[in-house]
Design a binder for this molecule. Structure first.
Ligand code: FAD
Ligand code: NA7
Length: 458
């Protein structure tokens, strides 16, 4: 078995899922192939490994992280729970449904720290270029060891691309923005709401980043927040101080002009206009080319590059499900690599992909999107021994979450959900989310002492 070599690019949740899938296989008494994971940051966790830096890192590589201070899970944790490592197992007590970033980072690390996973990972190492030799059927991966400034290469039989796709900004141009006197940044470079206290903010975009950065800035004291949409408004019940307007047409100094004729002055503009799938280390013929959607074309089972299935992509979909979806994908990828799951012929794979693509095209509502991704994961789970979990219940939770947000965007994080892995009901957080300004793990796990009541007759 050792003669098979598997390369993994990225040690975020997807890359770590791949390592975990192999370890679970080994725990069942099977031999493992040789696996090597390359991570350009100095630590694992991908997006969950917060950095204060923007632009480039200490070795001059583009910064991967897009997460910010005060980021709390934007969906119930019960919808992303690993089915082989529960929140109960990690935290030893029920916690609330919407933990802040450091708490989820801790949870991701908990599973992988139980093993020797770190030994498989070369940190501070960037994947620079990939080529594939049709004759030897091997991938050559050119790598830069950033610490010692050395370029070298490794050969693999299988290559797993787990480099994420919420890192390279999509940054559109609006006429006159070059003369806007205040801050203009992309959400990728947003590191916290503090600097926008007291300011009038314009956020362009109408998806997760616009919604969450808008609400965070409002919570931490922005004067006003305007969200500008291209296609559809988010359309929730916004509190006084947050509103939605149609798309900006142009800027005149600090004044933004909108499609409906409204004009307004702003102190800062944050582009919440999404990200590009970007793989600068892959040649044209191996590169996944897609927008952010639920079923990127070219990937059989959302994972195997159809022209060359030994090239495996993880986590490339737009995401309702996250950690548990990456697991489901990694387990199937592992079984293909281990020859226990055989792929059908290329043409048959194409037909299967077309069926999913057609369904994806016709989805109407966000509830349809949830059902689509739920069915996709059910399809994956049927192919491997990843511990089954009640996906219909998770889908219901996603739909309740969507309703909670529409009802009150400021209080949805105070709701609690029940784990499908352990049956545990989440605890209520000690402080309401709008009043909780500290996102540290210590504060999150802190338990206020019960108030002592002294009987009146003493
Ligand atoms: P990533 O986490 O992006 O990890 C990819 C890894 O690959 C990184 O460590 C990167 O350094 C490495 N890498 C990239 N290129 C190279 C290279 N050339 N060489 C070597 N290494 C490389 N999900 C949720 O479930 N809940 C949330 O609340 C939530 N909030 C989010 C908020 C923001 C702002 C963003 C951007 C995403 C959020 N997500 C959330 C989704 C998040 O993307 C996933 O949870 C998860 O991090 C995806 O894992 P991944 O491993 O696929 O990608
Ligand atoms: P998304 O979900 O890909 O959304 C991108 C948004 O940007 C979406 O509303 C787009 O509008 C909008 N967009 C894109 N291009 C433009 C232009 N040119 N003009 C105006 N608006 C534009 O990205 P997010 O950053 O919100 O979320 C990504 C992840 O980060 C997610 O998983 C979160 O958990 C955090 P459209 O609807 O296409 O008209």
């Amino acid at each position: 078995m050792k003669d098979k070599r598997v390369g993994i690019i990225g040690a975020g949740p997807s890359g770590l899922a791949m390592i975990r899938a192999f370890e679970a296989f080994k725990e069942k008494g099977h031999a493992m192939p040789e696996i090597m994971c390359f991570e350009k940051q100095s630590n694992w966790g991908g997006m969950w490994n917060y950095t204060w830096r923007t632009g480039v890192g200490k070795y001059g590589e583009p910064i991967h992280g897009s997460m910010y201070k005060y980021l709390w899970s934007n969906g119930p944790k019960e919808c992303l729970e690993f089915s082989d490592y529960s929140f109960d197992e990690h935290f030893k007590k029920p916690i609330s449904s919407y933990p802040p970033r450091p708490v989820l980072f801790d949870y991701i690390q908990g599973r992988i720290k139980k093993s020797k996973a770190r030994d498989y990972i070369r940190f501070d190492t960037t994947a620079r270029w990939v080529s594939y030799d049709e004759e030897t059927k091997k991938f050559t991966l050119i790598l830069d060891d950033l610490k010692i400034d050395k370029t070298y290469s490794e050969e693999f039989d299988y290559l797993v691309v787990a480099s994420g796709h919420f890192s390279t900004p999509n940054m559109p141009y609006f006429k006159g923005i070059e003369n806007f006197p205040g801050t203009v940044i992309h959400a990728h470079d947003f590191r916290g709401a503090d600097q926008f206290k007291g300011q009038n903010l314009l956020l362009i975009g109408s998806s997760y980043s616009a919604e969450d950065i808008g609400v965070q800035c409002y919570k931490h004291g922005a004067q006003s927040v305007t969200l500008s949409y291209r296609s559809n408004p988010i359309g929730v019940n916004w509190p006084e101080g947050i509103k939605e307007l149609p798309l900006v047409t142009h800027f005149d100094g600090d004044t933004a002009h909108f499609k409906d004729g409204t004009t307004e002055k702003y102190d800062a503009v944050i582009m919440c206009t999404g990200y590009q799938h970007k793989f600068p280390f892959l040649p044209d013929n191996l590169r996944l080319k897609t927008k952010n959607n639920l079923y990127p074309d070219q990937l059989y089972k959302g994972v195997f590059f159809n022209d060359l299935p030994e090239l495996i992509y993880l986590g490339m979909q737009d995401q309702y499900y996250t950690f548990n979806m990456f697991d489901a994908q990694a387990w199937v990828a592992r079984d293909f690599i281990m020859d226990t799951y055989k792929l059908p012929k290329k043409a048959e794979r194409r037909l299967d992909m077309d069926k999913w693509l057609e369904r994806n095209e016709n989805l109407q509502s966000s509830h349809d999107h949830v059902d689509f991704q739920t069915d996709y994961i059910k399809d994956l789970l049927a192919l491997s021994d990843y511990p089954d979990f009640n996906l219909d219940k998770v889908a219901e939770m996603f739909k309740s979450w969507l309703n909670d947000k529409a009802e009150n965007i400021l209080t949805y994080r105070d709701k609690t959900y029940q784990s499908v892995v352990t049956g545990t009901m989440a605890a209520e957080h000690h402080t309401e989310w709008m009043d909780e300004l500290d996102d540290s793990k210590e504060r999150f796990l802190y338990e206020p002492e019960e108030e002592e009541t002294i009987p009146e007759n003493i």
